[in-house]
Design a protein around this ligand. Sequence first.
Ligand code: AMP
Ligand code: MG
Length: 420
Amino acid sequence: MPDRNKPDNNQTTDNRPALTIDEARDAILNLIPQTTKTEMVTLLNAVGRVSVSDIHAIHDIPAFRNSAMDGYAIRHQDADNNRTFNIIGSSLAGHPFTKNLAEGEAVRVTTGASVPDNASAIVIQELVERNADVFTTSATVQENQYIRNVGDDINVEQLLIASNSQLTSADAGLLAAQGMEQTEVFAKPRVGVFSTGDELCTPPNTLQTGQIFDSNRTTIQSMLKTAGIDSIDLGICRDDPEDLQRLMKSGTDYDFLLSSGGVSVGEADYVKQVLENNGELLFWKVAMKPGKPLVSGKLTNGAFYFGLPGNPVSSMVTCLQFVIPAIHAMSGATYKPPMVLQAKCLTELKKEPGRFEFQRGNAKVEESGELTVSTTGLQDSHVLSSMSQANCFICLEQHASGAKQGTHVSIVLFDSYSAL
Ligand code: AMP
Ligand code: MG
């Protein structure tokens, strides 16, 4: 029995069924080692990076009992019968009042200010009648009302952040609240990106007949940047095995080398052959559209290589589904699938059974509250405007044959991806 999850280096004799996208991603992620390099970063630079070890709290939060409202701290048992209270002082945020309360005494408090040790309730200022240093209240008072207790939020030694977490703004705030200024994260992989193709042109050159401007490098590097990945621009490689080999040899300087174009079966498509001569070609047939079979490999100089398809939408989708998860895996992150929603499809969708399709759509919440989606139109893999105009993928299962107007389809909002 052939192993569907093992990369096959001889695609011409490969009769195995194509892998699903998840199977292909798992197979790739299984090959990517987590980096052993780490660095300290300031908290402002920590968001999107991945924690190296478990981080435990060293302070309770709140660290002292404090008021949740502007008002008066009292002993709750004193509050019966329209009681009059004497205000004996005030505790402002940052300026605590340190004495205890005697019966019938109160302390003016603001939000976040510490409360006297024996105060057991806050009466909010809207519910008192104050006259000079005296107030009365007819409000009912519950024990502990509007008091934030020590450790309500975080207890000393509690796990704050688990290792291998991709840090969020709230995580950075949690660490700041512990008095930390820096945290240890995995180092970023070094990524080089180039385009292949004799037809490619870049400004300030002007287009000659048959040429196009290179857009893939800009799209791919922008996606990487948006996903928190730094990349080096390696320019354009001609459809020339020697030029390609020269770039592959620069893999010593990178953890990942990414190219687009030159992976189909045309006579100018050299990526597979040159990769085979300079390392190990790993190949998976993936049943997805857009996205030709994914060419990837490991160069003898150590870099992982991904040869993305040349068509602009295909290169974006394969970068999103495989390359970015792979780069994130090296920097310690675990893959998190995006959230799939169900939307009523307002347009008919055409599809042949056989491959999972990422069609481009526009999702909207109607006035009724219903989530709907419509196609952006032409779905060919060269139509980059379909990505630019869309706000979601319409995800059509491998064996599905399109969708009728009015039926429900799965969608993933572009906002769910860190790269779009
Ligand atoms: P290829 O895989 O090299 O045969 O390219 C497939 C299609 O994608 C062709 O129409 C190419 O002109 C186009 N293409 C390849 N590379 C790029 C690029 N960097 N930017 C825009 N289009 C490209
Ligand atoms: Mg080409």
